[in-house]
Ligand binder design. Structure first.
Ligand code: DSN
Length: 428
């Protein structure tokens, strides 16, 4: 049966009319994102412009292939959109080549394996418990099952990447690919030291900058461009774009990476996401974004200092980037208990393993927090100090629901003064 035509006299029903349950849940999430302090370091607020592009008719179009060489007709707008996204990312990062089609960070990383490895080949990455990512060869991931993975770690004394171990393992196993990239590491990644080791064993060096791509774009973290052979990233973390993935690489690897993404791994790209990546890349090239990214780091340092003053133990003693890893052992409260109490008090973070954690990953000793989202709201040093005070109160009184409710009220009040990007103001 064909649908009735819609026009201005017979308008199409809204989401609220078609599906009030989903509409109500979306509004519930809008309220949560407005009223809480979101500290999960891999999350952010995309701008209204990014969200508009994501929610556009581009979701209707198939476009397997690349601009100028597609397997479907009707690409007049799509080719322009994808080319803009690529050109803007190349300019933003100073990269030779960009691919914006990976559906997210994990598929982008799989494309690297497909381009450079055969099943069973040795590879190396930072172990998950030391702050790496599943797709850098961790054993429960396909990347740890299909390849011979040799994880390096951090040093026991200062929890910094153990480059002696990286070199020793590289010489012993001659990996095809060495990953440098992190999800829970609060310090600068020294890409040049990884390059030296990769050169010694003739390995491809791949930097996964998912967490820090916004910082890299803005010069708030050193760039791996010109050092790593390939760079992968999500686009929705510090870069503040839509939920998606991207690959940057040296020209010599451009063909291999493009072929690995399509037709190697994926079918049609998500054009609505591609358009939103183009918008995010445009936003990230502004002086405002540069200031934003530097403020993320300044806020993280301020928060780390304030937490230390409240007696929190921080992995590596502080931070150089957007992220802080708290070891709650001295506070005598497990990470999960603390994360759940913090959530009830309006502070959203995630429990996380710390290096050499004696506890299990599902009930670890640490908390992972970060400043990208709260900085997008315009918060600064004085809010970081208040936040540290609230976190201390919550951890100390984690079983006292009266304290948690009082703090939740204070946080909701603070949040009224810091409206986040991308969230429409709606009638109550
Ligand atoms: N899930 C992401 C994070 O939270 O760090 C990594 O992919």
């Amino acid at each position: 049966m064909s649908q009735p035509a819609t026009n201005s006299r017979n308008p199409e029903p809204t989401l609220a009319q078609v599906d009030p349950e989903i509409d109500a849940l979306i509004r519930q999430e809008e309220r949560r994102e407005f009223e809480k302090l979101r500290l999960i370091p891999s999350e952010n607020y995309a701008s209204r412009a990014v969200i508009e592009a994501t929610g556009s008719v581009l979701t209707n179009k198939y476009s397997e292939g690349y601009a100028g060489k597609r397997y479907y007709e009707g690409q007049q707008a799509i080719d322009g959109i994808e080319s803009l996204a690529i050109d803007r990312l190349k300019a933003l990062f100073g990269a030779d080549h960009a691919n914006v089609q990976p559906y997210s960070g994990s598929p982008a990383n799989l494309a690297v394996y497909l381009a450079f490895c055969s099943p069973g080949d040795p590879i190396m990455g930072l172990g998950l418990p030391a702050g790496g990512h599943l797709t850098h060869g961790w054993k429960v991931s396909i990347t740890g099952k299909y390849f011979e993975s040799h994880a390096y770690g951090v040093r026991k004394d200062d929890h910094r990447i153990d480059f002696d171990e990286v070199r020793r393992l590289a010489k012993e196993h001659r990996p095809k690919v060495i990953w440098c990239g992190t999800t829970a590491y609060p310090r600068v990644v020294d890409f040049a030291r990884f390059r030296e080791i990769a050169d010694e064993v003739d390995a491809i060096l791949c930097a996964d900058i998912a967490h820090i791509s916004g910082l890299v774009a803005a010069g708030a973290h050193p760039s791996p461009v010109g050092i790593a052979d390939v760079i992968t990233s999500t686009t929705h973390k510090t870069l503040r774009g839509p939920r998606g993935g991207m690959i940057l690489c040296k020209q010599e690897h451009a063909k291999a990476m493009d072929r690995a993404v399509f037709p190697g791994l994926q079918g049609g790209p998500h054009n609505h996401t591609t358009a939103a990546i183009a918008v995010a890349a445009k936003e990230a090239s502004t002086p405002e974004f540069k200031a934003y990214a530097h403020q993320i780091v300044a806020n993280a340092k301020e928060l780390a200092q304030a937490l230390s003053e409240k007696g929190f133990s921080l992995v590596t003693g502080g931070t150089d980037n957007h992220l802080i890893l708290v070891d709650l052992t001295p506070k005598g409260v497990p990470g999960k208990v603390a994360a759940q109490a913090l959530d009830r008090a309006g502070i959203v973070c995630n429990y996380n393993s710390i290096p050499f954690d004696p506890r299990k990953p599902f009930d670890p000793s640490g908390l992972r927090i970060g400043t990208p989202a709260i900085t997008s709201r315009g918060m600064g040093p004085s809010e970081m100090k208040r936040l540290a005070g609230w976190m201390d109160d919550v951890v100390t009184h984690h079983e006292d629901e009266t304290v948690l409710a009082r703090i939740a009220g204070e946080i909701t009040e603070l949040c009224q003064d810091f409206a986040p990007p991308g969230i429409p103001i709606r009638d109550a």
